[in-house]
Structure formats: C-alpha cells, structure tokens
Design a protein around this ligand. Structure first.
Ligand SMILES: NC(=O)C1=CN([C@@H]2O[C@H](COP(=O)(O)OP(=O)(O)OC[C@H]3O[C@@H](n4cnc5c(N)ncnc54)[C@H](O)[C@@H]3O)[C@@H](O)[C@H]2O)C=CC1
Ligand SMILES: N[C@@H](CC=O)C(=O)O
Length: 800
C-alpha cells in the first residue's frame, strides 16, 4: 500500500483540486492499494483561526465566514456542508459571547477544515467512478488531552487504523482527514504543527506502507530556499538523518515527528509536486549513496541570548540554572555556544520568547549581578541561523572564508559532534547575501561575481562588449557567472541586479538622472550582491578618491586608470593599508604595457628576491606608434598623431602622452612596485609639446596640432643616418636615474626595430644581467587593454 498526502495548496479551488483528483484517480487505477490523507484546503486553517480570534475580540467575522463557506462549496455544489458550517457558526457565536476560547474549542474549529476537505475529495472521486470512502480520523487516532498539540496513543490508534483498513479489501480508496484525532472522551484534538503530515506518517507506519508520497506545490527539497537563492537546486535523495537536521532547521516541509514513524519501519518518504507530474521529487530513505553537503536551511525568527560574567569560570551548575530557568518557562534552546573560558554563553531561542527569557534569567541571576559574577544578560534579536546540513568541518574553511571576504562575520558558529551540521548565526540584514555566498561556495553551481564598471568610454565600452560576448563561455568553462550590475560614466548610471545584456548601450542611453557613488553601494547592499568588483576604466583624477569607500563597502578593485598609483605616495600607501584592513584586492595590470603581463612579472621577480637593476624601453603604445610611423613614413607628425588617436592608442587627452606624463606615470608605477617611494616630481620628463600648446584647452589644442609639424620635421632631419626616433623610459635602481625622453637610436637596434604600437620593456636583473628579460607587444589599444582588465577580473574571481 502507498499513502498519498496532499497539502492545502494542492487542494485549492481550480487547478489544484482538479489535478489532485486526477492524480488520486490515476494512482487508484494503476497502483490499486492507496490511502489518501488530506490537509484543509487552501488557507482554510488560517482563515478559521482568524475568525476565531475575531470572535474572541467580539469583532465581526460574519463576512469572512460567508466567504469561507462560498469558497468551500464552490467546487461541488451537490455536497451539503451544513453540519460543518452550523458547527462553526455555533462555536464562533459562543466564543463571541464569552470573549474567550479554550484550546479545546480551537481544535473543534480547526478540525472543520480537514473534515470539509476529505468530504469534498471523497465526493469528487465518487463522481469520477473511484470507490472512495470518507474516513474521519477522530474515530481512529486516539490521543492524550493536550489540545492543540495532542500526542497519539500508539496501541489503540494502531489497532483502530489496522481494523478500519481491514474492513476494506483494497478496492476502496480511504480519504482520510489529516491533523485531527480525539481523546478518550471522544473530544476533538489536533496533532499540532505539520499535523497532517504526521497523520500520514502514522498511517504509513501502522499499515506497513511501501511509500509515503507527500504532494506539495514544490518539486522537492532544495539545496536552499529558492526564494532566497536563485541557483538552489533540487536534491534527489536524502537520508532520514539529513532530513531530520533539515526539519530542525526550518525546512517546513518536514517535521522531526513525521519522520520518526517512517524511520521505525524504514518507509521511504517522497516529496512530490502536484503541479509538476514529470518530476520525481525528493526521496528520503534510510541511507543514500551520495555524500557531501545536502542543504542549507535558515531559521529567521530567532534571538540570540548572551549571558556574560567574569565569575563564571569553574562555577558548577551555572548552565544547569540557565536551562532549568528556560525549561520552566517553556523556552526551547536550539543552539548553545560556550567558550572554554566559560565567561559567556550564547543561546539561540525563538524570537517571540526573548523577553520572557531575559526577564526569567535576570531573576534567576539577580544575586550574581550583585556579586558581579554575572555582568550582562543581553539579547540580539535581528539575527538568523544558517545551518549547513552535511558540512564536514575539514571543509568548513571554504564557506567561512567566502563569508569573511564578503564582509559577513558570523556572530557565533557551532557544529554537531555526531553528524555533519554547522550552524552560523548572522545578522538578519546579511542573511540573504550570506546564504548565497555559502551556497555558491559549497555547491559550486556557479560563483556569481557582481561587477560595477566605472567609465564606459573606449576601454570600458570594449570591456563591457567582451564580457557580454564571453560570459556564457566563462560560465560553462569556469562555473563563474559574471554579472555586471552597474555601468557608470561621469554623469549617469545604469543599474540592473540581474546583469547587463547585449543591449546595454541602449539601456544606458535611457538613463537621464545624475547619480552618486553611495547610490551604487546602496543598490548592491539592497540586492544582497556578493563578490563585488569595481572596475575603473576612467581617466579620472577624482574617481580614485572613491576607491577607499568602495573597499570599505566590500568591493575589490580593478583599474586601468593610472592615477591612483601615481598621486602622492601617502595616498598610495593609505589605499594599500585599507585594502589590507578590509582584505580586498587591487589589480592594475593594464597600468603599464596595456595587456602585456608586465606588472605581475616585476612583482614576482621582486618578491622572489631577484634584484631588479634597470628597466628600460618604450613604455608608451601611442608614442611608439607615433615615432615608428613618423620615422619611416613621409607624412606630417600631426597626421600620425590623429591616426594614433583614432586607433585608441592615446589618452583621452593626447597631451598626457605627448607631455611625457603618461610614460612618467608608468615609470613611477614600476618604481613603486620595487618599493621605491618616489613621487612623480622625482622623474625627469622631456615634454614633447611646444610651450604654447601646453596650457590651452583641449578643443583649441586639437585645432592647433599642425603646430607640431615644424618642430618634428626639424628633429627628424637632424638625426644621424639610419637612425629613428624613440620615446623611452629609463629606471635604474643602481644609479637612481628616473627619466623619460626622446632619443634617436640606430634603426637596426632592438629599440629601433619595434613596429606599430608595440611597447618594449627590457628588464635587467642579477640573473638577467647581460641579456635582459624582454617583454614586448602591443602597448596600447582598446581591445588589448580591455582584455587585460578582463584578465584582472578573472584573476580576482579565483580569489573570491
Ligand atoms: N587606451 C589605451 O590603450 C589604454 C588606456 N588605459 C587607461 O584606460 C582609461 C580609459 O581610457 P579610455 O577608455 O581611452 O578613456 P575614455 O575617455 O574613452 O573613457 C573614459 C570614460 O570615463 C568616464 N568617466 C570620467 N570620469 C568619471 C567618473 N568620475 N566616474 C565614472 N566615469 C567617469 C567618461 O565619461 C568616459 O566614459 C584611462 O585611464 C587610460 O589611461 C590604460 C591602458 C591602455
Ligand atoms: N596612452 C597610453 C595607453 C596605455 O597606457 C599609451 O599610449 O601607452
């Protein structure tokens, strides 16, 4: 025999009840021996209890009762529910007169929901030709007298159920009321929370069922609540022990007491979705083959009680007093944590019991306050418990580190000695983010990286296109979901928590209002976005002052902008101090040599103790292009400059290149990588601009660029034969030389031979003394730079 159980949503008017009837009919035809346990339909129980409360407060409930009757009668008008409706009317009337009600009355009211439900389903099945029989469990399940949470009396209930089912030879489908029973005086009782599931489990146990199939409105048990974690996935198999842990920690589908009768007889429990017949659901059995973490569950209606005292160390009986006090006040403790110093104990209890707990504990420890053995009993009520079921402590560092990196510091954590369960108490405001971070980390379904791109110009725009284009491949290959949730230029921002798509340019254009950085930070917080990266593809001197704010708010940084690394050394140092403090990273590989792997190489050599003596070369892609082209072609200098601009090699203001500032910045960045505390002013810079072009505005400069032609025609003409012009950077740690200048070199030398926009860096070290280590390649351009920034983002994702 199989027991089927249907929940309230599965029995709601319309699609629910129709589907449930079809399922029962099909199962009765295909599998024969079944019994069906039912909850009250829709929200019937809540509505009945609401009306009861209203009656007790002497408020009017009549309109709601009329609506209730109409709803319950709507599906099958041939049925007469006058007995149930009259019972309810009489009960409410009595309560209204008295202004109060007992738990006994409450059970009588609540039970009508299941009675109506089972009568309706029986009738509908009969109409469909199924030999259905209405079974009122008040006649079968005998309980004690604890109204509202009655305990079934095993022997008598078992005998009643077996005898009742014996009277039917298997061709009858018993449609059984869940949740309700009766005491020895035949007064209606109810079985408490999850009572209908309990009834189904008891029936399965008493009748030695082959399986209990619990029909709900979800596909089964998930790795986390899908409402909180979009990536949550269904678990196919669970063991009873794991289910029990989940039940304790808020998986509402299960309840510990419903599992016990099944464990006793080793009866599998299958959670199924009424509305998705193609899904096999989750099956819970004695033992599953699959290992590892099963699920993350949450308790969010809890409070953390903290009792602290200097005089508690070694005092016998303190914990006993705490638990006795709480026990006497019917306060259940779900998590306990006490350090070996015994100076404090943390307890997690139901939130609605927090005040009672504090008052009773303060009373119990009144004398200890006077003697100063106890100095504080406090409550933190904006907390939630996350429980990782199946978590082995040897692997716990992974989710824990991920939480810390996302600036979520658990208030308390503890584990079960037997079984694998780690629970963390976190601030409720951080729950959503915390559960997503943990889920991403332990299930490795995909790690979501939330990116804000500041600057959507040449480099930023190309980067965004590259991300949109490659994100699916990166997800498939690396399990990393790149989610650009913010794009900002100097005026507007486009925010989308679900990430940009191909049409990001169009969406950005629709943004018309000014924004502040705080808005972006608040947006990330409000949407619980984890693994945050801010990308700076501006050339802004102001935006760098937002870096520290971003770091403090949980962002790692990637930058193509050289300014933060080249302003005064005190800022350079402060930024690194803050990065260390907040455990954040800052990658800027494209600051020197665009996409070339230069900074990483220098860092590695320096870290490994290799003495770098000199770095020399052509550091600028645009100036490389300018002089490589100008030296061999017979065209005006200004025309080549225009080409360099059009190809995206220059800075937004090309004078940053021509003034030598850009190369000087690169030199300074490299010097600082070698721990040399230089300032930009320490660098000797040869400015390639005539004085009158230096101090005018950009527009005027663009109009006057032909003024450059005469100067460079002369310089070119005055060179030795077979020589070419090159703008070079020179950094010597031995002589202290730091200079950038224009030189003329033989065209067959290494520097003389570079082509296009290539940069070349010759690195002389102790090991690379005679022949330098050479890094050469495109030193500018939106595509290579954006690729370099993308590389930094991917490098960061490995650290998050
Ligand atoms: N072009 C290249 O080959 C390379 C460029 N870089 C660096 O990349 C950066 C970007 O260069 P391009 O894309 O050519 O510049 P661009 O002028 O095309 O784009 C800059 C963008 O930044 C935005 N912006 C300015 N201030 C802002 C602020 N406070 N907040 C947000 N957005 C702001 C602008 O509105 C614009 O969208 C520069 O720092 C440059 O030095 C680095 C390596 C190579
Ligand atoms: N304008 C720069 C771009 C890269 O940093 C250059 O020309 O090298």
């Amino acid at each position: 025999m199989k027991i089927l159980k249907f929940g309230g949503k599965s029995l709601a008017n319309g699609k629910g009840i129709k589907t449930a009837i079809q399922i029962i009919k099909d199962k009765a035809q295909q599998e024969g021996n079944i019994a069906v346990v039912l909850s009250a339909r829709g929200n019937a129980t809540d509505e009945l209890l609401e009306m009861l409360e209203k009656a007790a407060r002497k408020e009017t409930y009549h309109e709601q009762l009329t609506a209730f009757k109409a709803y319950q009668s709507q599906t099958d008008r041939s049925l007469d529910f006058s007995e149930e409706f009259t019972t309810l009317e009489n009960l409410f009337q009595g309560v209204s007169l008295l202004g109060d009600y007992s738990e006994k009355i409450k059970d009588q009211v609540a039970s009508q929901g299941e009675i109506i439900s089972a009568k309706l389903v029986t009738n509908l099945l009969k109409k469909e030709g199924v030999n259905a029989h209405y079974t009122d469990t008040r006649k079968l399940i005998k309980t004690d007298d604890v109204f509202g949470n009655a305990r079934p009396l095993d022997v008598i209930s078992r005998r009643n159920v077996i005898n009742h089912f014996k009277s039917y030879n298997g061709t009858t489908v018993n449609i059984v009321t869940g949740f309700i029973g009766s005491n020895q005086n035949n007064e209606t009782t109810t079985l408490g929370r999850n009572g209908s599931n309990y009834t189904a489990a008891l029936l399965a146990n008493f009748l030695d069922a082959e399986e209990l199939q619990n029909y709900t409105h979800v596909d089964g048990i998930f790795t986390a609540n899908p409402d909180l974690v979009a990536d949550a996935r269904k678990i196919a198999e669970l063991s009873f022990n794991e289910a029990n842990e989940l039940a304790t920690f808020g998986a509402h589908i299960l309840h510990a007491k419903t599992i016990v009768p099944l464990i006793e007889k080793n009866i599998p429990l299958r959670i199924l979705n009424t509305f998705n017949s193609s899904d096999n659901g989750t099956v819970i059995t004695q033992k599953t083959n699959t290992k590892g973490i099963k699920s993350i569950s949450v308790l969010d209606t809890v409070a953390l009680i903290n009792l602290e005292g200097r005089g508690l160390l070694g005092r016998v009986g303190v914990d006993a007093r705490i638990f006795r006090t709480l026990g006497e006040n019917e306060i259940n403790v779900s998590i306990i944590s006490q350090g070996s110093s015994e100076r404090g104990i943390g307890l997690v209890i139901d939130a609605d019991k927090a005040s009672k707990a504090i008052v009773s504990l303060e009373k119990e420890f009144e004398n200890d306050f006077y003697t100063k053995d106890v100095n504080k009993i406090s409550v933190i009520d904006d907390v939630a418990v996350i429980s990782i079921v199946g978590q082995d402590l040897s692997e716990f560092h992974k989710p824990y580190n991920a939480l810390i990196k996302n600036q979520i510091v658990p208030i308390l954590f503890n584990n079960t000695v037997s079984g694998k369960n780690v629970s963390l108490v976190v601030k409720k405001s951080q729950l959503h983010k915390a559960i997503n971070v943990i889920h991403g980390q332990i299930f490795g379904i995909s790690k979501k990286i939330n990116i804000a791109v500041f600057g959507k110009g040449l480099v930023g725009g190309t980067l965004l296109d590259q991300i949109v284009h490659s994100k699916t491949a990166i997800l498939d290959k690396n399990n990393i979901k790149l989610n650009v949730f913010a794009i900002a230029d100097s005026q507007h921002v486009y925010l989308d928590k679900n990430g940009i798509a191909d049409d990001w340019k169009f969406e950005f254009q629709q943004q018309k209002t000014a924004y502040t950085l705080q808005q972006i930070i608040d947006y990330a917080k409000a949407h619980h976005l984890e693994n945050l990266i801010a990308v700076d593809t501006t050339a802004s001197k102001d935006f760098i002052h937002d870096y520290i704010s971003l770091v403090k708010n949980g962002f790692d940084l990637v930058s193509a902008n050289k300014i933060a690394n080249t302003v005064e050394y005190s800022f350079y140092q402060e930024l690194r101090t803050q990065l260390q403090k907040y455990q954040k990273n800052y990658l800027y590989e494209t600051n020197v040599g665009a996409g070339l792997p230069l900074i990483d190489t220098i860092k590695l050599l320096h870290k490994s103790g290799e003495k770098i003596k000199k770095i020399r070369g052509v550091f600028s892609g645009s100036l490389s292009y300018l002089f490589n082209t100008y030296s061999v072609e017979d065209i005006p200098f200004s025309m080549v400059l225009k080409q360099a601009e059009e190809k995206g090699f220059t800075e937004p203001d090309a004078r940053e290149d021509l003034s030598g500032n850009d190369v000087a910045r690169k030199l300074l960045i490299l010097a600082r990588e070698l721990d040399l505390k230089h300032e930009l002013s320490d660098i000797t810079i040869q400015n390639l601009l005539p004085a009158h072009l230096q101090a005018i505005n950009l527009q005027l400069f663009k109009k006057s660029i032909t003024d450059l032609d005469q100067t460079y025609t002369l310089i070119k003409a005055n060179q030795k034969e077979h020589h070419v012009l090159r703008y070079v950077g020179d950094l010597s740690t031995e002589t202290g030389i730091l200079e950038v200048k224009l030189i003329s070199v033989p065209s067959n030398s290494a520097l003389g031979q570079i082509k296009g926009s290539d940069s070349i860096f010759e690195i002389y070290t102790e090991a690379y003394a005679a022949q330098p280590l050479v890094i050469q390649g495109a030193g500018a351009g939106a595509a290579v730079t954006a690729r370099g920034v993308f590389g930094d983002i991917l490098r960061l994702t490995e650290k998050l």
